[in-house]
Design a protein around this ligand. Structure first.
Ligand code: ADP
Ligand code: MG
Ligand code: MG
Length: 902
């Protein structure tokens, strides 16, 4: 018998072993470092510990078997390659320990630089750098600071405070003025801070530093801010992070060294060009932290032409290779360029469309791929209003338009206050000197974010763009004083609660509220901008991609509209009919009185009179809608809500009766209403006398509506139009219900339509689980199904939306019972299964059965993909979501992988 040697699971990959498609395993950073290594780009050597190792660690609380040995082996080969040993006192190898998950989570997790430095190797480092003591001690103080904060939870402010003190003692505000002695002193101060908070000395053993740092990166996956960010961005909680161990290169060796970030195109507008920030004599974290002001990347050309040219060449190569906008981090060590990171860069919604269009023009991608590169959420964002261009309010400051949109709100200076005021329903603008990951809660709560420091790559800018939130960064005319809760600008003082407006496109800041106007994209959809003749790259790109989506999609897109005006607007947005015309409003307003008469009717005559009075009013409503939707189908839902919803509330009636009695007035009518309301009271109105049940219980009610629809259709047709009404019966659970309504309706329709040529379909909503489960029977009596996924969700889960969303959904989201509210995006496993069963069994019973959906889900991107997959004929959504649904239906049709752009 052969002995089976157990093959050890591989947890560590050398950069040369990976590639960009291994993001699940190596994380985005690791996979792309590997890809760049294999492209032959200058990447400092290193290795990646897999997300699987992290997952194992997070579930068991300890490093998996074999990991320590594999790290040892990879470290040894790295040491051999570099010709240095980790922390060697004479000539130390130093490494960075960097987090990197599958989806980028900017600044959410941890990185420690300069691992391997200690009291002895700091001397060796200096010697090797040509007796550069300043550099060596600067690197060592950075290690203690990052290690203390990240690995041992020492409060970061204490280190910053000590640094400020050192600068103060030196009489400077610039960290570059600190010399080697100052930095040596700072190292001592840092060590004391470290010991005070951890109860131990700063670890001198390089391998212990490495192991603790790796563990801290694993742990940072579950840091509060990371959890929050994942929830916001819908990133699954169990992916874990990879850990990259990268040999250090030094941007802080002197003026011929430096560090920077860059984009291959403008992530704000999509424009081609060179976008980036550079900081001489610094280590990477300084750029994002805004320690000193960066210079535009273009200035590197003067400082170090050779590195600049090489960088531009590499950027062009990366774009060509990834066929997309890339963002990169680089460091120059004494004139030698090193690539430290690249990824397909985050971008604004506008840039996503513009870049996708450009890449098609450049022949790098085709239109199907362009369609993949954008999504409905981005399109929805582009439809937000903007500030009016001709308003006469002058800006008080201009910063960088870091994330577009127009936002007005009350100024707040702390994350906590932003959360508080937002919870009270206020719009707030979070104003900070710069944001850091601890501000995340406040950034989520705020309408917009305004900072006085930092560029397009600052924390505020990156995170806001990711969230689709308006942000102006680096408005440096603002003097922000957070403790005093105020900022000053050009002689004005703005305090907490004062209103400001910020324009994330232009970077302009206004005092007070600025009026808004529709976005160009909405103007385009409304037909007032001709995409062929305007010089607006965004509108042209949207037009091009929408045209392709429309050509590609199989799903039709209808709208939910109850009035002629809504119908007309939706039609301009591309709606191909009405999927849900509610008739509730046709019983409201000055018609309430007729409804009261109907409810209070004591005999058939009184009831018929009330209905007869309602008939012409409703007919006129339908005429208007059919005219606007000329030639397109209009699904009209017969009355759905319980009738008592049309009566005044019980308390109000009781008061009216009491007051009238007091005054000795005639209260007969009020009393009758009051007793009707008492009689009709329901414990669970949602599950009570509503929908088809009303039609079966109140004689003549549905008949009146059917007659009004048929007469309106005939009238429109006689006038030369084409009305295509579809009568929809709500809340059916059994075929017998529908058959009963149908029998009566068919008689009326036959009588009204005569030889006018009008065709009226009769179908039903599928919104009660029993209807989905008996769809085969119901299809015998229905010419179409429309899934009412709001009710279907409520009834499948057994909870009412109005009661539960505020009450406990937050807890369910926190526990991961849902990834997202099932009212927002269809619950594919449960509710979606009911849809699937009903679609299949309905079509089996009646081939050609028309299938659509009319719940809110019809305009939700993920749900649209689901409905495409189930084979529905159309989705219906609110007018404003129609373009979003068109785009997503196109994306679903060209999707081969089913994955969507994030
Ligand atoms: P983040 O994901 O927050 O950007 P990174 O792991 O990319 O964190 O690292 C933070 C900063 O440190 C970046 O600016 C990066 O370029 C720099 N950095 C990371 N590793 C090294 C290294 N080996 N040598 C020099 N700089 C590094
Ligand atoms: Mg980075
Ligand atoms: Mg319903």
């Amino acid at each position: 018998m052969a002995t089976q040697e157990t093959v050890e699971h591989k947890y560590v990959y050398d950069f040369a072993e990976g590639n960009k498609d291994l993001k699940d395993l190596l994380g985005g950073k690791g996979a792309n470092l590997a890809e760049m290594t294999n492209l032959g780009l200058p990447v400092p050597p290193g290795f990646t510990i897999t997300t699987e190792a992290c997952q194992a660690y997070l579930t068991t609380g300890r490093e998996p078997d074999g990991l320590a040995g594999q790290i040892e082996a990879h470290l040894e080969s790295l040491e051999r390659e570099m010709g240095r040993r980790l922390g060697d006192p004479g000539d130390p190898l130093l490494v960075s320990v960097r987090s990197g998950a599958k989806f980028s989570m900017p600044g959410m997790m941890e990185t420690v630089l300069n691992v391997g430095l200690n009291d002895r190797s700091v001397i060796g480092l200096s010697t090797q750098a040509g007796q550069n003591d300043r550099f060596a001690w600067d690197s060592y103080r950075r290690l203690i600071q990052m290690f203390g904060k990240t690995v041992c939870e020492v409060p970061g402010e204490e280190f910053e405070h000590a640094l400020d003190e050192a600068k103060h003692a030196k009489g400077t505000r610039n960290d570059l003025d600190l010399d080697a002695d100052d930095l040596r002193g700072l190292v001592d101060a840092y060590k004391k801070i470290f010991a005070k908070h951890t109860g131990r000395e700063f670890p001198q053993e390089p391998r212990e530093q490495l192991d603790l740092a790796i563990r801290a990166v694993f742990d940072s996956w579950n840091a509060e801010r990371a959890i929050l960010y994942r929830r916001q961005e819908r990133i699954p909680a169990d992916l874990g992070t990879a850990v990259n161990v990268v040999s250090m290169v030094f941007g802080n060796l002197g003026p011929d060294s430096g560090t920077g970030v860059a984009f291959t195109r403008d992530p704000g507008s999509g424009a081609q060009g060179i976008y980036g920030d550079y900081l001489a004599n610094a280590q990477g974290e300084d750029v994002v932290a805004g320690i000193r002001n960066t210079v535009p990347l273009q200035e590197l050309e003067q400082l170090d032409k050779r590195s600049y040219d090489e960088l531009l060449g590499i950027m062009a190569r990366l774009e060509e290779h990834y066929k997309d906008l890339c963002d990169i981090e680089f460091t120059i060590e004494r004139g030698k360029l090193w690539m430290l990171q690249t990824r397909v860069g985050k971008r604004t919604a506008a840039a996503a469309f513009v870049i996708a269009g450009q890449l098609v023009d450049e022949g790098l991608i085709d239109l199907d791929e362009a369609l993949h590169r954008v999504n409905g959420a981005q399109l929805a964002q582009l439809m937000f209003p903007r500030f009016q261009l001709d308003h006469d309010v002058p800006p008080v400051a201009k910063g960088i338009g870091a994330s577009p949109g127009a936002a007005s709100g009350k100024v707040v200076f702390t994350s906590a206050r932003a959360v508080e005021l937002a919870a009270e329903g206020e719009s707030v603008i979070l104003v900070r000197r710069e944001t850091n990951p601890d501000d995340l809660n406040g950034m989520i709560a705020a309408k917009g974010i305004l900072t006085s420091r930092g560029g397009k790559t600052s924390h505020a800018a990156v995170v806001a763009r990711g969230m689709g939130k308006t942000c102006v960064s680096g408005a440096d005319e603002l003097e922000v004083n957070v403790p005093a809760k105020k900022f000053t600008v050009g002689g004005h003082t703005v305090g907490e609660g004062d209103v400001v407006s910020i324009d994330g496109t232009t970077g302009k800041v206004y005092l007070g509220e600025v009026p808004v106007m529709p976005s160009e994209v909405v103007q385009y959809f409304e037909g007032s901008l001709d995409p062929e003749h305007i010089d607006n790259p965004l509108v042209r790109a949207v037009h091009r991609i929408m045209t392709h989506a429309d050509a590609a999609r199989r799903l039709r897109v209808r709208t939910n509209a109850d009035t002629g005006a809504d119908a007309a607007r939706a039609r301009r947005f591309g709606a191909e009919g009405i999927g849900l015309c509610r008739t509730e409003h046709m019983f409201l307003g000055d018609r309430r009185e007729l409804v009261e008469r109907l409810i209070l009717a004591s005999d058939a005559r009184e009831r018929e009179d009330a209905l007869a009075a309602l008939l012409p009013l409703q007919r006129a409503d339908f005429v208007e809608i059919f005219r606007e939707m000329d030639g397109l189908p209009v699904t009209v839902r017969l009355i759905d809500p319980p009738l008592h919803e049309f009566l005044p509330p019980l308390e109000q009636l009781a008061v009216n009766v009491a007051v009238a009695q007091e005054r000795g007035e005639d209260v007969a009518k009020e009393e009758a209403l009051l007793s009707a309301v008492r009689r009709m009271h329901e414990e669970n109105p949602m599950l009570g006398l509503r929908g088809v049940r009303l039609g079966l219980v109140i004689p003549g009610l549905f008949a009146m509506q059917v007659r009004a629809i048929a007469e309106a259709a005939v009238a429109v047709t006689r006038d030369g139009g084409t009305a295509c009404p579809e009568i929809m019966v709500p809340l059916v659970g059994a075929v017998q219900e529908l058959e009963t309504v149908r029998a009566e309706a068919e008689k009326i329709i036959a009588e009204v339509v005569g030889d006018s040529g009008v065709e009226v379909l009769i179908g039903t909503m599928i919104e009660v689980p029993r209807a989905a489960l008996t769809a085969g029977q119901i299809a015998e009596a229905a010419e179409f199904f429309s899934f009412g996924t709001n009710d279907l969700t409520q009834m499948a889960w057994g909870f009412s939306r109005d009661d539960v969303e505020g009450a406990f959904f937050w807890r369910y989201l926190e526990l991961g019972i849902f990834g997202i509210s099932p009212f927002e995006s269809i619950d594919a496993d449960g509710v979606g299964r009911l849809v699937r069963i009903a679609a299949e069994e309905g079509r089996a019973a009646r081939p050609g059965l028309k299938l659509g959906v009319c719940g809110e889900h019809g305009g939700d991107p993920d749900s649209v993909h689901f409905f495409h997959g189930v084979g529905l004929d159309y989705v219906s959504c609110s007018p404003f979501r129609v373009p979003v649904a068109r785009l997503e239906a196109g994306r679903a049709a060209v999707s081969t992988t089913g994955s969507d752009s994030r």
